[in-house]
Design a protein. Structure first.
Ligand code: NDP
Length: 505
């Protein structure tokens, strides 16, 4: 980026310097160019201007990175440390993220377009917290002992126990919607389990993860344990998923690419796979809900991060006697949102991440209107520079419309009325191939529990939405994914369970 433009944006000194330098990727502790020498442009979605260049990694770079990860794993550079030493280093990464909060938040707002206020309050602190939380688990990864009966060896005595071992070399592929946080969600638990990692970041938003790579080095992580490769999905992501020396692949992104990951694992070495994929989450407002809370809650459920959230509450169901009031309230919230560049502190909604996403979401707005939906708010894109869209509330919808059936991944919600809290409501809420999240707004605790039990979703939020925490497992039913991230459950993604059985005779 030109220095004058950086100056004009009033960027933090660290950010100015970071984007002014030619960026490289991290392989085996070195910052390197791609083997091909090719680079990718990185754009500011608020203007469409190029802000940086990163290496265009390909299969050769992935292979180099996997070899480095394998070497570090087999030589015990990381697993050879005590769990307590590893935990202290992982904790330190969390501290360093906190120390660089402003710089990381600005990088995120610049590269992804999200409001700086959100990056400061959510993305960066949550990323630090993920490392802090996981650091505590490093010393608590334990197996069990069990008593065996073994009926076909009468009289024999055995001692048996299980050990949880790191799964080995892990490939991780992340999307662009929460670039730093997704890197933290993936890296922290895998590092905690003692794995060595190759992380492929999204082509749209590589910057904050590269800065995180520097902090990881600063914290004292040995070379080769964390490798960060930039590049296109087909050129760098696909060879990582298909690599015969990767033991496990963890992917977050579209269900479509999730299927390709599964095929690549099947077609190579049957590596273990965990997936966090798309969603089309129902958010249900019962008539007895406190609407002062439910209306802004329903707006936040969809408009947070511009709707670019796998768990977004994109299908709003409202009990018919409060339907008009809720539609009006959510529409007012939508119309009142201040659109602007992510770096502007008063911005409430920034641009969507890229030209591709802009065109894709615009296609859904057009499809909604042509299929007969009515925009109670928004419905249009903003012409001119940058990828700005109006937050949109669609009513008069039918379940078979594209806007109701498909994941839009933008600031677009459909609202449908329902009469009673009955099987028809449950069927409508569950009428999706996805099952990532759901929301319920009510003051009746027994209704809340009854409904939560019937929703096929990995997370159900009651009188809240978009509550993420390092301790709270997150993942999907149905085509929203395989496995869970966060909490102690994520440790299963990165460990193998070994049973050891000793004959005491
Ligand atoms: P993708 O699923 O294409 O991208 C996610 C990650 O996978 C990126 O790092 C991408 O690389 C990589 N990738 C792409 N193709 C391959 C491949 N063949 N093999 C291995 N890795 C690959 O999502 P998009 O960015 O294209 O977004 C499209 C839609 O996906 C969104 O509109 C939304 O519906 C959904 N999505 C869901 C997310 C979630 O959190 N569940 C997050 C992002 C998107 P590259 O950056 O080069 O594309």
């Amino acid at each position: 980026m030109n220095a004058a433009v950086a100056e004009e944006m009033q960027l933090d000194r660290g950010v100015k310097q970071f984007i002014a330098e030619q960026r490289k990727m991290l392989i085996n502790g070195d910052w390197v160019d791609s083997a091909s020498g090719q680079t990718l442009d990185v754009y500011n979605p608020a203007t469409g201007d190029i802000i940086a260049h990163v290496p265009a990694g390909n299969h050769e770079d992935i292979d180099r990175a996997v070899k480095a990860a394998r070497r570090s794993f087999e030589t015990g550079a990381w697993t050879g440390m005590t769990a307590s030493e590893r935990g202290r280093i992982i904790w330190k990464i969390g501290d360093l993220i906190q120390d660089h909060l402003e710089e990381l938040a600005q990088l995120e707002a610049l590269d992804n377009g999200k409001p700086i206020t959100v990056a400061r309050a959510a993305d960066v602190p949550l990323s630090a917290d993920m490392f802090h939380y996981m650091a505590g688990w490093a010393t608590k990864i334990e197996g069990n002992t069990m008593s065996l009966s073994v009926p076909y060896t009468p009289g024999a005595q055995y001692h048996a126990y299980t050990v949880k071992e790191p799964v080995g070399v892990v490939g991780q592929i992340i999307p662009w919607n929460f670039p730093l946080l997704m890197a933290a969600w993936k890296l922290a638990p895998a590092m905690t389990c003692g794995c060595s990692i190759v992380l492929k970041v999204a082509e749209e938003t590589p910057l904050s993860a590269l800065r995180l790579g520097e902090l990881i080095q600063q914290a004292g992580v040995p070379d080769g344990v964390v490798n960060i490769v930039t590049g296109l999905g087909v050129e760098a992501g696909a060879p990582l998923a298909a690599h015969p020396d990767v033991d496990k692949i963890s992917f977050t992104g579209s269900t479509e690419v999730g299927r390709l990951i599964v095929k690549a694992a099947e077609g190579s070495n049957l590596k273990k796979v965990s997936l966090e994929l798309g969603g089309k989450s129902p958010n249900i407002v019962l008539a007895d809900a406190d609407l002062e809370v439910a209306i802004p809650g329903a707006a936040n459920a969809i408009f947070f991060n511009h709707g670019q959230c796998c768990a977004a509450g994109s299908r709003l169901f409202v009990q018919e006697n409060v339907f008009d009031k809720v539609v009006q309230g959510v529409s007012d919230q939508a119309s009142g949102m201040k659109l602007g560049p992510g770096l502007n502190p008063s911005t409430e909604m920034g641009p969507v991440v890229s030209r591709d996403q802009f065109d894709r979401i615009k296609g859904y707005l057009d499809a909604g209107i042509s299929e007969g939906a009515r925009a109670a708010a928004g419905g249009k894109v903003r012409e001119g520079k940058g990828y700005f869209m109006e937050p949109t509330v669609f009513v008069d919808t039918k379940p078979e419309m594209k806007v109701c059936a498909e994941e839009i991944f933008g600031p677009v919600v459909t609202v449908a009325p329902f009469k009673d809290m009955d099987e028809a409501l449950v069927a409508a809420a569950n009428e999706t191939v996805y099952g990532l999240a759901a929301g319920i707004w009510t003051n009746d605790v027994s209704k809340a529990h009854r409904l939560a039990a019937k929703l096929k979703a990995g997370t159900v939020w009651i009188n809240c939405y978009n509550i993420f925490d390092a301790a709270l497992p997150f993942g999907g039913y149905k085509q929203s994914g395989w496995g869970r991230e966060h909490g102690h459950e994520v440790l299963n993604n990165y460990t193998e369970n070994k049973s050891v059985c000793i004959n005491l005779a």
